[in-house]
Design a protein around this ligand. Structure first.
Ligand code: HEC
Length: 161
């Protein structure tokens, strides 16, 4: 290898490490940015729960009854709920994030896991009843499904309702 090529190669190495450094400096979020992303992720998950419960609540409020939709959405809730402890694992207490999550969540993660499990069970039970196709029985079971949401909100979410 000639000296000229060596000089060229080492110049390239310096340039590419400078590029890499710039990219990683841009891509690595600060702890604060990470906390904001965590809060957005968990809020997104809870929005999805609401998105799926909403049409069922609508049926109780007079929208046409649709047993298949009620069952499908309850099964979706049961599928999403196991992620609740995961999205709440990141402790965002010490960061300036927009959130309705109360600080005591992070002293009670065992209870969060229990409440998530109760929601899974309530959603599966509801889905089983909805699969029977009976309007009265299905809507009658909504209280305990909604209760599994409210149970956690009462303790761990800012009281705004
Ligand atoms: C184990 C606790 C827990 C359970 C169970 C739970 N939630 Fe929540 N939910 C929370 C917490 C905590 C927040 C606040 C999150 C935040 O602001 O960072 C929240 C926020 C929400 C929000 C507002 C999201 C937003 O930021 O716009 C909706 C909607 C919601 N929950 C719906 C539901 C529904 C529907 C269920 C039941 C199917 C449910 N949640 C079950 C804890 C829970």
């Amino acid at each position: 290898m000639t000296k000229k090529i060596l000089v060229l190669l080492s110049a390239l190495a310096i340039i590419s490490s400078a590029v890499l450094f710039t990219v990683s400096a841009q891509d690595t979020p600060t702890p604060e940015q990470r906390a904001v992303m965590s809060a957005e992720t968990r809020q997104g998950l809870f929005k999805l729960l609401g998105f799926n419960l909403g049409p069922i609540v609508g049926m109780a409020q007079g929208a046409p009854f649709n047993a298949e939709l009620a069952e499908r959405n309850a099964r979706r809730i049961a599928a999403i709920a196991p992620m609740i402890p995961d999205v709440l694992a990141a402790d965002t207490r010490s960061f300036d994030v927009e959130t309705e999550a109360l600080d005591l969540i992070w002293d009670n993660l065992d209870d969060i896991a229990i409440k998530a499990q109760e929601l899974i069970e309530a959603a599966n039970t509801f889905a089983g009843i909805a699969s029977g196709g009976d309007r009265g029985a299905t809507l009658g079971a909504l209280r305990s499904l909604g209760g599994a949401c409210g149970n956690c909100h009462d303790t761990y979410r800012v009281d705004d309702d």
